[in-house]
Every structure is written in structure tokens, then in C-alpha cells.
Design a protein around this ligand. Structure first.
Ligand code: ADP
Ligand code: GLC
Length: 486
């Protein structure tokens, strides 16, 4: 019997851990393709050749030369393998990607002025790979785009590329849309009949994400609750009308986590490894962390941790407002984060005012992130919105109950103690206010005082399965439906 060919998929993304990561999208772009590849798919991850990617991709070899088109420069495609074994296609274009600074921002933290071209090229190449204009002897049957940086691809597929494949856009964060002056449309090769509201135009400007949401066959986002929230004015960032109109094409699929990288039983970053049956060993990590952070060796305090981008989204202002009240309680706070300088400064000031109770590390530090997950008692995520969030899942796996605002993926992955009965894994609050945050911390403190009750919550979290299997299965179903519809 002839074996059916595996569906061919391009997974286009602007970041992929460990080669390039600024946040959760990097982790998702590593874990999801790996899990999908196990489900009978020939999947290749397409990403830009930033210096960190070129340095990490050992043995990358050139597989195609890409002609210059419109105002987009010539480039090459390199083939390599991600550490997971998944095939990677690296879009090499030194004039656009070989820069000091991060994937999106220069060394001063400002957007690169030519981001429209940088990610226009990524979108264009993703689309070509999913059409009969593919520069390889291989073309995709389906294109999976991630965030605005790749979301122009469905517009290219709709405007002129031969035999276009169906496309899916996953929205990891609707707040980032890739909006530019319409004047750049020529350089991007967008035809005049796409420059309208039923196209790539958004209030007189060009929006990459809007283009994707309009032209893609399907839209996914990273939790069921966020999929509902973004159809409303409060969360829709101006795109709620379009998302609501396409609700039959919109699905929310909760992200998974890498359960090998995030495993307290084997994590090499930890002072002592532990599991659900050896929670006493978790305490060794707490003692070390308190000492290294310069906090008082207070056994009774609830040590609360945060690891986060310091932006409005993450509710840092709520924490700063709540801090005086929190410090009236037996509590210590450890924050690892980087982002807006006003938040960095306010947090540094808070630590300076109470050095034995508040510790702040400004920067990006993966090893410390693991040590915090293991060493703190509870993990705080008071996000104003949170498409999915990964740290609340890492926390549960580390026996560190999360205290979260009930929004997006936080609502979908944490079982609140107040309503969850024997299943509770953490504490959730509804209102984005410092008072509601303090009230949730008080509920956590009350349980923390009862060692057995607290450990039951820790163990419930540790027993949850957040591995990629379920998410990948759900995406595979979406792929199946898209392929069947063509
Ligand atoms: P977002 O993508 O919105 O930033 P997520 O919770 O999805 O939020 O993912 C954030 C990821 O980035 C997690 O893996 C988290 O541990 C990591 N992270 C964020 N800030 C830091 C930091 N300062 N140091 C180390 N890791 C960080
Ligand atoms: C975005 C969101 C975050 C999500 C991540 C991965 O950065 O802010 O909530 O977990 O993408 O999907």
C-alpha cells in the first residue's frame, strides 16, 4: 500500500528558544514544532538569521538564493537543525538582521527603523515557501504564522503567489500589531487593491497583524479565555470587530511548556532537586535564594517571586501600589525583570527601601529564573491581560502556587483556592486593582499558615500535565480541517 505523504508545514516565527528569545513566543516556537513533528508532519521552522541564530546554528548550509523583489533585498535560505532535531530554515540577510541589539529593538531599546522591511521579508519568504513560487524543491501544504512579524504572509498568498497554501495565524499578543505608514507598501510589494480596510489597511496605516487576521484561513490564539476576550473592546486593541466577525475561524489553544527544561527533579540550576514526595528538599532552594538575594533568613515569611517583562501588561504598577500594604504582612518579594525604565527604577527604589524584604534583579537571566521558580513559596502574575503566560505553569510544576489575575491563559491554567476545592492549584483575583491583589495575597497567607493545606495545593499543581501533547493535538486538528477544506 502506498504511504500517504506527510503534510508539509512551514512554521514561521520571529524567535525560537534557545537561538533567539525575548519572551514566551520563543519557548512556544521551540516546543510546539517539536510536538507537532511527532504527529506525522513534515514541519520546518522559518526564522531570521540574527547573529545569535547564525552563531548557534552549527553546520547550517545554503539551500536557496532569494532574488531581490520590490524594495526587499536579496537573501539566502540556510538549512540547519534545531536542538530538538526539528528542521530549521534560516532567512539570512545580513543587511536586515546582522545587528547589535535584539530581534526587534536596537541597543538603545528603540524599534529598528526598518522593521517593516525586516519582517516584510520574513513574511514574504514564508508565503513563497507555501506556494509554487517556493525557492526550494519543497513547498508547504500549510503555513503557520506567529504574531505580526509573519502575519503579512497571508496577504501575499491572497495577492498573486501561485497555488497558495492555506494559512493559520497564531496571535500571541494582540497589543503588538506591526503598524507602519502606508507609504512602505510599495517596497513590500503590496498591490493597490490590498490597501483598503478589507485588506491590510488599519485606520489609514498598514497593519501586519490586521492583514493576517483578515486574510488567514484560520486564526488561533494561545488560550480559550483570551480567544473570547479579544472579541471585546476592552481586549481587542481595535481589532475586536474583525475578530468577532471571524469568530467561526478563531480558536483558543492553551500553550504547553517544556517539561524537560522545567523539571524540579532534574533541573541542574537548582541547589537541590525535589519532587511532589520530597517537598522538604524545596526548602534548601529557598534558603539559598534568600541568602543570595540578600533577604532576611525568615522561615515564616511567604516568599513571593516574579519573573517578567516590565511592562504595563504585567501589572507591575499594581505591585508597586500594593507594596506598602504587602510589607505590613509577613512577606518577602523577589523580582527578576527587564523592560520600561520607569518600572526598573521604581522597583530598584523599593528594594533599596527594604533590602531585607524586597530583592530586585534587573536583567534577563535564565538560570536565576529557574532558581526563583524553585526557591520562592508563591509566584505572582497580576497581569492586566495575559494571552497565555508560561510562568504560572512553570510555577505549578515547581510546587510554587501562583497568585494570578484571572485573565486569559492565567484564568485557564490556575484553579483558584476559593472555588477549586480539592483541585486548587493557586489563587486568582478578578479586578485589576492593588486592593484585589492584596486580598488574594491574604488568602494565600492564610493557607500558607497551615502547612498541610499549603502542601496539598503545591502537589495539585505538580500533578497537572502542561506538556505540549494536548496543544499540539489541538493544532493538528486545526491543520486537518484546513487541509480538508482545500
Ligand atoms: P511574555 O511572553 O508575555 O513575556 P510568558 O509568560 O509567555 O510572557 O513568557 C515569558 C518567558 O520569558 C518565560 O519563559 C519567562 O521565564 C521568561 N522571562 C521573562 N523575563 C525574564 C527575565 N528577566 N529573565 C529570565 N527569563 C525571563
Ligand atoms: C505572548 C504573551 C504571553 C504568551 C506568549 C506565548 O508574549 O504575552 O501571554 O504566553 O506570547 O504565547
Amino acid at each position: 500500500m502506498k504511504r500517504l505523504a506527510k503534510p508539509r508545514v512551514v512554521f514561521a516565527t520571529p524567535e525560537c528558544t534557545p537561538w533567539a528569545k525575548t519572551g514566551g513566543l520563543g519557548d512556544v516556537s521551540a516546543g510546539l514544532p517539536e510536538a507537532l513533528s511527532a504527529l506525522d508532519l513534515d514541519l520546518r521552522v522559518l526564522l531570521p538569521g540574527y547573529p545569535s541564530v547564525r552563531a548557534a546554528a552549527k553546520g547550517a548550509r545554503r539551500v536557496a538564493n532569494l532574488r531581490a523583489e520590490f524594495g526587499l533585498p536579496a537573501a539566502t535560505l540556510l538549512r540547519a537543525r534545531l536542538p530538538s532535531g526539528v528542521a530549521a530554515l534560516i532567512l539570512d540577510c545580513p543587511s536586515l538582521y546582522a545587528r547589535k541589539g535584539g530581534p526587534y529593538l536596537d541597543v538603545d531599546g528603540k524599534d529598528y527603523a526598518d522593521n517593516a522591511l525586516r519582517f516584510g521579508l520574513l513574511s514574504r519568504v514564508a508565503a513563497r515557501l507555501a506556494s509554487n513560487d517556493s525557492p526550494l524543491g519543497w513547498r508547504a501544504d500549510l503555513l503557520h504564522c506567529n504574531d505580526w512579524h509573519t502575519a503579512l504572509a497571508p496577504a501575499y498568498l491572497a495577492h498573486g503567489l501561485p497555488a497558495p497554501a492555506p494559512s493559520l495565524v497564531t496571535v500571541h499578543n494582540l497589543a503588538f500589531q506591526g503598524i507602519f505608514d502606508l507609504g512602505v507598501a510599495d517596497a513590500l510589494g503590496l498591490p493597490p487593491d490590498s490597501l483598503k480596510p478589507d485588506g491590510v489597511e488599519f485606520w489609514g496605516r498598514l497593519s501586519f497583524l490586521k492583514a493576517g487576521l483578515f486574510y488567514a484561513d484560520r486564526i488561533a490564539t494561545v488560550s480559550p479565555t483570551y480567544a473570547r476576550e479579544i472579541r471585546s473592546k476592552a481586549f481587542g486593541c481595535g481589532l475586536e470587530g474583525l475578530l468577532d466577525a471571524r469568530a467561526d475561524r478563531l480558536v483558543g489553544i492553551l500553550n504547553g511548556i517544556d517539561t524537560r527544561v522545567w523539571d524540579p527533579g532534574t533541573d541542574v540550576a537548582l541547589r537541590r532537586n525535589y519532587g511532589a514526595d520530597s517537598l522538604d528538599d524545596k526548602a534548601a532552594n529557598r534558603v539559598t535564594l534568600q541568602a543570595e538575594m540578600g533577604l532576611a533568613a525568615d522561615e515564616g515569611a511567604l516568599v513571593v517571586g516574579m519573573i517578567t517583562r516590565l511592562t504595563d501588561q504585567k501589572g507591575i504598577d499594581l505591585v508597586l501600589d500594593a507594596l506598602p500594604a504587602l510589607l505590613e504582612r509577613p512577606l518577602q518579594l523577589i523580582v527578576l525583570g527587564a523592560g520600561e525604565s520607569r518600572f526598573e527604577q521604581a522597583l530598584r527604589d523599593a528594594a533599596a527601601n527594604a533590602p531585607d524584604r524586597v530583592a530586585v534583579v534587573v536583567g534577563f537571566d535564565e538560570v536565576l529564573a529557574h532558581q526563583i521558580e524553585a526557591g520562592v513559596d508563591a509566584f505572582l502574575m497580576p497581569s492586566r491581560f495575559e494571552p497565555c503566560g508560561l510562568n504560572q505553569m512553570y510555577s505549578q510544576r515547581y510546587g510554587t502556587p501562583p497568585i494570578v489575575r484571572a485573565t486569559g491563559g492565567l484564568a485557564d491554567s490556575v484553579v483558584d483556592h476559593a472555588t477549586g476545592g480539592d483541585e486548587a492549584t493557586g489563587f486568582a483575583f478578578a479586578d485589576a486593582t492593588s486592593a484585589a491583589l492584596v486580598e488574594a495575597v491574604d488568602r494565600a497567607l492564610a493557607v500558607f499558615a497551615d502547612r498541610d493545606a499549603w502542601r496539598a495545593i503545591c502537589r495539585n499543581g505538580m500533578a497537572r500535565d502542561f506538556s505540549w501533547g494536548a496543544s499540539a493535538g489541538a493544532y493538528r486538528e486545526v491543520y486537518r480541517a484546513m487541509l480538508a477544506a482545500r
